[in-house]
Design a protein around this ligand. Sequence first.
Ligand code: FPP
Length: 269
Amino acid sequence: MNPVSLTAVSTTANIVNSADAPHASTDALLQQLQGAPVPKHIAIIMDGNGRWARSRHMPRPFGHRAGMKAVRAVVEASIAAGVEWLSLFAFSQENWQRPQPEISALMSLLEEYIQSELRELREQGVRIRVHGDLSRLNAAAAAAVERAVAETAHCTRLGLNLFISYGGRAELVRAMQLVAKDVQAGVITPEQVDEDTIRARLFTQDCPDPDLLIRTSGERRLSNFMLWQVAYAELYISNVLWPDFDRTALFEAILDFQGRDRRFGKVDK
Ligand code: FPP
């Protein structure tokens, strides 16, 4: 993949497919990226499973299953690169509006992922957190999530945030409600409400904001993902469909990030 930084995209013609562009070996890329700070926290909007399946004349769940394999590859690659936090948008609030068979397939895949990967994730030191309106999950998916969180709570190598039944605005509404309750109870005054007050009431209260936000499949939207947290994230749009996003693609994204000039609104000295 010759990935495209958001800043570099002027027309869709700029976006090229990975298969078209030669790239260094994955090991060489890993070695290269270790020469500079890697993003502490990477967030990914995993997009393109449906198109991937359609291009193979297969139903959408086939693409989601392939997407699950990409999750495995990207978790492993993140660990190899030394990333500390990985946030994956696995199911949005809006996704509840998809046809029931697709929703069921996604919920089953979530269970299957936890069932088949949990032991290895634990051995790799991956701490799983799941964020969103989990009250909407069916009993089996909710139980799987609970087990994954409990059985990896002691792990410290990589924090894996899975966003399921999640919407960024809903997360902010929830945070505001918690603040309002504390104000009402006299725990804090309205004047004391600041950014830290809000941050402490987000799902991600104990992890740093993402440094890098990747979206696959060439789409250039935030789609209501981590709206508060991505305020200063570097955006990276990959034209690769999620099931094809692999170790090489992640390393290329990190290398692109390392070339960015992050000023956080300030000027260079
Ligand atoms: C977006 O592609 C992807 C999703 C809505 C689901 C993401 C799920 C997975 C990657 C698999 C399971 C994940 C875990 C963590 C077990 P889309 O269906 O919107 O694709 P399209 O835009 O091409 O139609």
